[in-house]
Design a binder for this molecule. Structure first.
Ligand code: SF4
Length: 327
């Protein structure tokens, strides 16, 4: 492992100032992903700016019904918070479906948003990988691309799937990300935060250099809604999603009046299936309706050598979740 400098920030402004120096300077929160990648020599920071002492650990319901979550709230605290369990069950379930208890205790809200892909070629440090080394190629295309590679939003330069469960639930709920930079703070719509790989897979998010995530503000829950997260994976614990779905529904009798659907494991970013949502509104809660919208959600999917099974699996993740929520 290479040596790096370490500093501890006592305010967000101080953290941004420190991170704005020369060389590669990265923020350190829970470290559950970043420190692994530093040890693997995949990330090579010159300095880590520890932000763990910043006052960003509050979960605050706002007067307009939204929920403001500090960047350093642990995944465990967010999943267990009574307000989240009551009003955003899909988020609580998604968080508890991720990683292990020990990791959730350390992992933070902002860190979860910022986690890097699990592609083996990215993490081995030597294979061609446009994300790790721009212009070097993509070993996953034509290589092993079964479990942590996407079928939606891919490009000829990168096909890695986004690994987060939490972000899939947040995509379905809707949210804004507050960030602080040298010029002050601004908000980014969560739907625009993660970028598709396109021609520049090394650019993964909409942050400007040195900007620091300070909060995530969830949209107010839909009135009289029900929600759930369904994760399908090779084993039922400590495993990334092959396909997952986050669904928020409002019903009026047997008909669906509002729907939000997001997918995980199959997309290169947390994948909101807006066309499928619109097609579901006004439909009866029947298997026929669910099957039609599931097909619609995956209609643009493009499979690679080993992951064609993700297209029907993604459809099943939607159908089963809808059935469970309307049973
Ligand atoms: Fe790298 Fe993306 Fe290709 Fe994996 S899929 S090797 S992360 S460019």
């Amino acid at each position: 492992m290479r040596t790096f400098d370490y500093s501890r920030a006592d305010s967000a402004a101080n953290a941004v100032r420190t991170a704005s120096g020369t060389g590669q300077r990265l923020y350190l929160a829970g470290g559950t992903s970043l420190l692994d990648l530093v040890k693997l020599d995949v990330m090579q920071p010159d300095q880590l700016v520890d932000i763990n002492r910043l006052a960003l650990k509050q979960i605050e319901p706002l007067p307009d019904g939204r929920l403001r979550v500090g960047a350093l709230v642990s995944n465990t605290d967010l999943a267990r918070h009574p307000w989240v369990r009551l009003h955003y069950p899909v988020l609580s379930q998604a968080l508890l479906a991720g990683a292990s208890t020990q990791l959730r205790n350390k992992a933070t809200t902002a860190g979860n948003i910022m986690q890097r892909v699990r592609c083996n070629y990215f993490r081995d440090g030597v294979s061609p990988c446009n994300k790790r080394q721009p212009g070097s190629g993509c070993a996953a295309i034509g290589g092993l691309n079964r479990s942590v590679h996407a079928v939606l939003g891919t490009s000829e330069h990168c096909i890695a799937s986004h690994p987060s469960d939490m972000c899939v639930a947040v995509a379905a709920i809707g949210a804004r990300v507050t960030v602080q930079g040298a010029a002050g703070s601004r908000e980014i719509d969560f739907a625009d935060f993660h970028l598709l790989p396109g021609d520049t897979p090394w650019q993964e998010h909409a942050l400007q250099p040195h900007e620091l995530i300070t909060h995530l503000t969830l949209d107010a829950p839909l009135a009289n809604s029900r929600s759930g997260y369904l994760k399908l994976r090779d084993r039922t614990s400590y495993q990334f999603a092959l396909a997952s779905s986050a669904v928020v529904l409002v019903l009026d009798g047997p008909r669906i009046t509002q729907a939000r659907i997001a997918l995980g494991g199959v997309g290169t970013k947390p994948w909101r299936a807006r066309e499928a949502e619109q097609a579901l509104v006004g439909q009866p809660a029947t298997l026929d309706s669910f099957t039609r919208v599931a097909q619609l959600a995956m209609q643009d999917a493009h499979a690679y050598e080993n992951n064609a099974f993700k297209i029907p699996l993604g459809q099943q993740a939607i159908i089963r979740n809808l059935r469970d929520l309307t049973a």
